[in-house]
Design a protein around this ligand. Sequence first.
Ligand SMILES: Cc1cc2nc3c(=O)[nH]c(=O)nc-3n(C[C@H](O)[C@H](O)[C@H](O)COP(=O)(O)OP(=O)(O)OC[C@H]3O[C@@H](n4cnc5c(N)ncnc54)[C@H](O)[C@@H]3O)c2cc1C
Length: 395
Amino acid sequence: MAGSSPDIDIAIIGAGPYGLSAAAHLREAGIDARIFGKPMEFWADKMPAGMLLRSPRPASTISDPRSNFTLEAYESANNITPAQRTSLETFVGYGKWFGQQIGCDLDQRNINTVQKENSSFKLVLEDGTQVTARRVVVAAGVGNFRRIPATYAKLSEKACSHCYDGRKLVGLGKRVAVIGAGQSALECAALLGEAGAEVEVISRIPVLRWIGMHPKLHRLGPISKMLYSKHDIGPIGISRLVAYPDMLYHFPLEWRDRIRTRAVRSAGAPWLIPRLGNAKITTGRNIVSVTEIGDEVKLLLDDGSERRVDHVLLGTGYSVDIAKYSFLAPDLIQAIEQFKFSGYPKVGRGLHCSVSGLHFLGAPAARSFGPLLNFVTGTEFASNALVSNLSRKLN
Ligand SMILES: Cc1cc2nc3c(=O)[nH]c(=O)nc-3n(C[C@H](O)[C@H](O)[C@H](O)COP(=O)(O)OP(=O)(O)OC[C@H]3O[C@@H](n4cnc5c(N)ncnc54)[C@H](O)[C@@H]3O)c2cc1C
């Protein structure tokens, strides 16, 4: 480890879309950065096999400064026929290829600990190696934030898993209850049904919601452009607001929260509807209690009915809480100013938080800059914001 001068200028934690994009933009700006983690690990290991991206193709490209490494460029370089809906396999391949093209300094080891040490940071890698960095960019995604409602917390791993656990859907059991009404719940239910399981989706919302149910409005040329932004996040109007994170940042928090909640509320893509033909759908119901009895799980619903299943699959999404980033030292988490009653850090220009030299990209920045930051398409904004902020500081 170096003496007074940090070993590296910028350590990026996480080699998913946000980390890779930031590395590409920093490199172009001549700013030294090293990125830590296995490229696209969350997508490769935690997403259900067979899944398709919900985001449309134009919003599924990871941003690089010259737009050289688009999804189309990857497909063309690898003789992959572009499909209307991008498969998980293609997207993982794309992200890994993107990482190779940008020629960044990539260290595949995970970061175990980040601590503030005077004006810089000390990072401990998974093998115990220590590195110091002037700045840290956290791009660690949402894998740590899986929401597991208390009702299910005591079930064994055999009886219950979360959609983002990376468990193979085949083999969960013949009878599976899927809890939730968002894209991951509904897509897992479709995949399970197609694999021959008896599936029931149980959701507390009264009716399932579907996104993009007005395809004609997307085909009106310039009028559509006025109604929806290219990112295609949220309904008419909100979609346009979401495209201006810098503007949203100045909105009162209550408005920002409303816009974010509306834009990312539980809903499925309409192409899942025919694929859910075999699944039983129960809406407007809460699960009151869950008991593991031998190889079965007994679910008691609030209408008094009961279900017996082999496995409960939670499609209950995630809640951002930076305290769940176990690599951040407790005193560092304490020092980060957060929004009241939530685990979102307050971030400003350059997605910089209240601790000098520490930045958060992706979902943790969404309460400050809006729901664009929840999606791959937000990499363009995040990387540009980071680079312009750092370029100013370093010049
Ligand atoms: C089921 C599901 C479907 C989705 N579908 C879409 C979609 O269709 N389109 C879309 O735009 N978005 C989609 N999203 C949202 C998606 O998660 C984000 O858009 C995207 O992954 C954000 O990129 P990221 O780099 O912030 O996070 P990630 O892709 O999660 O990357 C973060 C990386 O950091 C790594 N990491 C974490 N901790 C450490 C550590 N200590 N050391 C080193 N590395 C670490 C993780 O392993 C991970 O690989 C989906 C999310 C889920 C869960």
